[in-house]
Design a protein around this ligand. Structure first.
Ligand SMILES: NC(=O)c1ccc[n+]([C@@H]2O[C@H](COP(=O)([O-])OP(=O)(O)OC[C@H]3O[C@@H](n4cnc5c(N)ncnc54)[C@H](O)[C@@H]3O)[C@@H](O)[C@H]2O)c1
Length: 263
C-alpha cells in the first residue's frame, strides 16, 4: 500500500492511461477522484474501483475551462478535505502537418494539453500547500522531448508540459510539492488505436513497432506503475523529472549492425 489514504485526482480518468492510473492508485490504497468530459467512461472507472472495495467518485470536468477545474478542486475538498496527488493526464492528439493544422484545432490541443495542466496544478497547489505538500504528475510524452512528424500542436503542447513541470518543481519544491512528468512512447489506448484505424495507417503500423526496441506497444498499466512510483514516498527525492516510459524508443537509433559487419 504505497499510497494509503492519499487523496488523488486523475484527469482523463475515463479511458486509457488515466483509467489505469486511477485503478493502480486505488489498489495502492488511495482515494481517487476521476475527472473527465466523458461521464459514462468516468463513471465506469469509478465502478471498477468500487469493485475493488476502494473509495472513488466522478466529477465531470473540462480541463481547458478554468471554472470547471476550480469546481473539480472544490468538489474534492468538500468530499475528502485535501488533495495529496494531482495527476494532470487528460489530453488529445491531432494528426496533421504544421501548415495544414487548423488554427482552432491548434488552440484546442494547447488548451487541453497545456492549459489543462496549468489549471489542474493552479487549483491543486493551494490545497497542497495548506497540507504541507503533495505530488503533481503531468502526462507529457516522448513527443515532449523529440520532434514527431505530423504532430505540430501536440509536440508544442507536450514540450510545454515538460517545462511547466520543471517550473512547478522550482516554484513549490521548497514548500514540499514534488512535480514530475511522464513521457510515454506508443501505448495501446484509444488515442493510438484511433490513429491506427485511419485510412492508410496499415502501411505505418510496422514502422511504429519498429521504432521501439521492445518491439511492441506499451500497456497503460506499465505507465500507471510509474505514476504510482512518482506519487509515492519511493520518489521522495525525485522532483522536476521527465520519466521516459517508451520501451527504449527515444534512447537512440540502431541500424542492422550485423549487415555492416558481415558485408
Ligand atoms: N497513448 C499513447 O501512446 C500516449 C503517448 C504519450 C502520451 N500520452 C498522453 O497520455 C494521456 C492519456 O492519453 P490516452 O492514451 O490514455 O488517451 P485516451 O484518449 O484513451 O484518454 C484521454 C482521456 O482524456 C479525456 N479528455 C479529453 N479532453 C478532455 C478535457 N478537455 N477535459 C477532461 N478530460 C478530457 C478523454 O475523454 C479521455 O478519457 C494524454 O495526455 C496523452 O497525450 C499518450
Amino acid at each position: 500500500m504505497k499510497l494509503k489514504d492519499k487523496i488523488s485526482v486523475v484527469t482523463g480518468g475515463a479511458s486509457g492511461i488515466g483509467r489505469a492510473i486511477a485503478l493502480a492508485f486505488a489498489q495502492e490504497g488511495a482515494r481517487v477522484i476521476v475527472a473527465d468530459i466523458d461521464t459514462d467512461g468516468g463513471k465506469e472507472t469509478v465502478e471498477m474501483i468500487k469493485k475493488l472495495k476502494k473509495s472513488a467518485f466522478f466529477v465531470e470536468a473540462d480541463v481547458a475551462e478554468s471554472a470547471s477545474v476550480k469546481n473539480l478542486a472544490e468538489k474534492t475538498i468538500e468530499r475528502y478535505g485535501c488533495i495529496d496527488i494531482m495527476v494532470n493526464n487528460a489530453g488529445i492528439e491531432v494528426f496533421q502537418r504544421l501548415a495544414e493544422t487548423d488554427e482552432a484545432m491548434w488552440d484546442r490541443v494547447i488548451a487541453v494539453n497545456l492549459r489543462g495542466v496549468f489549471l489542474g496544478t493552479k487549483y491543486a497547489v493551494p490545497h497542497m500547500l495548506k497540507n504541507g505538500g503533495g505530488a503533481v504528475i503531468n502526462m507529457a510524452s516522448v513527443a515532449g522531448i523529440m520532434g514527431a512528424g505530423g504532430l505540430a500542436a501536440y509536440n508544442a503542447s507536450k514540450g510545454g508540459v515538460v517545462l511547466l513541470t520543471r517550473n512547478t518543481a522550482m516554484d513549490y519544491g521548497r514548500k514540499g510539492i514534488r512535480a514530475n512528468c511522464i513521457c510515454p512512447g506508443f501505448i495501446a489506448t484509444p488515442m493510438v488505436t484511433s490513429i491506427m484505424a485511419m485510412p492508410g495507417a496499415d502501411a505505418v503500423k510496422g514502422q511504429v513497432i519498429g521504432l521501439c526496441p521492445a518491439g511492441r506497444l506499451g500497456k497503460p498499466e506499465e505507465v500507471a506503475r510509474c505514476a504510482v512510483f512518482l506519487a509515492s514516498d519511493d520518489a521522495s527525492f525525485v522532483n522536476g523529472h521527465a520519466l521516459v516510459v517508451d520501451g527504449g524508443m527515444s534512447a537512440g537509433w540502431e541500424i542492422e549492425v550485423e549487415k555492416v559487419l558481415g558485408g
